[in-house]
Design a protein around this ligand. Structure first.
Ligand code: F6P
Length: 323
């Protein structure tokens, strides 16, 4: 490998810039030419590619978003789109690609690798923590901390007015943001797609609390929960427990932004460094992750397909601590 390109794709996540910085500087350290691709696969197709040096990534480790910008690109799903994109790498003799993103971004990388033989390495950049083969994804810790800060504030109002708040957090089809932020804020109930949501249980638990005059409650709902988001949950509660002063708060994209936490900067830096080491060692088609504080390399296909199992213990902890 002599010339590599890097892109960020899919939903942005805090720490993508830190990862980018690590990849660029490690690549340069090992004598590689490094190219940045703007707006993910869109920029690859539109030939929006530029050579990067050490200064290109100065002063970005602390910044949210991504200086390379990101996009979700439909045309790249077609073989013609990918051929057009690859031609732009080929004409520069780029012979390695690092993709920072989530499952959609990895699928694109796998296809490029299969069709044109270019080695690709994935870095898990998503707030959702929905990739297999890593304990943490870049951006998850920041997103969870943002959610915790927001829910703490919501609890002040819940407490002042004796209200029940239903807070919806992001995560797409995964419940990790809800699980972690819910436990950390002392939520009464956490509703996630990985566990079945039984509204009768939720109602029974709230009624029992009402009898004890415990009216301050926070329910954290993952946007991907099978029962539906916060609005659906609120509808049922308002109907069946009209005595509760029920409010909905959907946190939304606030969870995607902001300066990455120390933990996200650290994993981004380590993963970025190891992306280059992996390419130089001849690895391809793998996602660099960290499991039990050790670097790990999981085939992209498995990283996307397999699911981590949420430990039943965690849900038990929620129940016991919220009494
Ligand atoms: O994957 C990150 C994420 O923020 C998900 O949690 C959410 O479902 C989705 O992206 C939202 O996508 P968009 O920003 O395109 O609306």
């Amino acid at each position: 490998v002599n010339k590599i390109a890097i892109l960020t794709s899919g939903g942005d996540s805090p720490g993508m810039n830190a990862a980018l910085r690590a990849v660029v500087r490690t690549g340069l350290y090992f004598g590689l030419e490094v190219y940045g691709i703007m707006r993910g696969y869109s920029g690859m197709m539109e030939d929006d590619i530029f050579q990067m040096d050490s200064r290109s990534v100065a002063n970005i480790i602390q910044r949210g978003g991504t200086i390379l910008k990101s996009a979700r690109c439909k045309e790249f799903y077609t073989a013609e789109g990918r051929a057009k994109a690859y031609a732009n790498l080929k004409k520069r003799d780029i012979d390695g690609l690092v993709v920072i993103g989530g499952d959609g971004s990895f699928t694109g990388a796998m296809k490029l690798q299969a069709e044109f033989g270019i080695p690709v390495i994935g870095l898990p950049g998503t707030i959702d923590k929905d990739l297999y083969g890593t304990d943490f994804t870049i951006g998850f810790d920041t997103a969870v901390n943002t959610a915790v800060e927001a829910i703490d504030k919501i609890r002040d109002t819940a407490d002042a007015h004796d209200r029940l708040f239903i807070v919806e957090v992001m995560g797409r089809h995964a419940g990790y943001i809800a699980l972690h932020s819910g436990i950390a804020t002392g939520a009464e109930t956490i509703l996630i797609p990985e566990a079945s949501t039984n509204m009768d249980d939720v109602i029974a638990s709230l009624s029992e609390k009402e009898k004890r005059k415990k009216l301050v409650n926070i329910i954290v709902v993952a946007e991907g929960d099978a029962f539906g988001g916060a609005n659906e949950v609120a509808k049922v509660i308002k109907e069946r427990l009209p005595k509760f002063d029920t409010k909905v708060s959907i946190l939304g994209h606030i969870q995607r932004g902001g300066s990455p936490t120390c933990s996200d900067r650290l994993i981004a830096s380590r993963m970025g460094y190891h992306a280059i080491e992996a390419l130089l060692a001849g690895k391809s088609n793998v996602m660099v992750g960290i499991i039990n504080n050790e670097m790990s390399y999981t085939p992209l296909e498995i990283a996307i397909r397999e699911k981590d199992i949420i430990d039943e213990d965690w849900l038990r902890i929620v129940k016991i601590l919220a009494s």
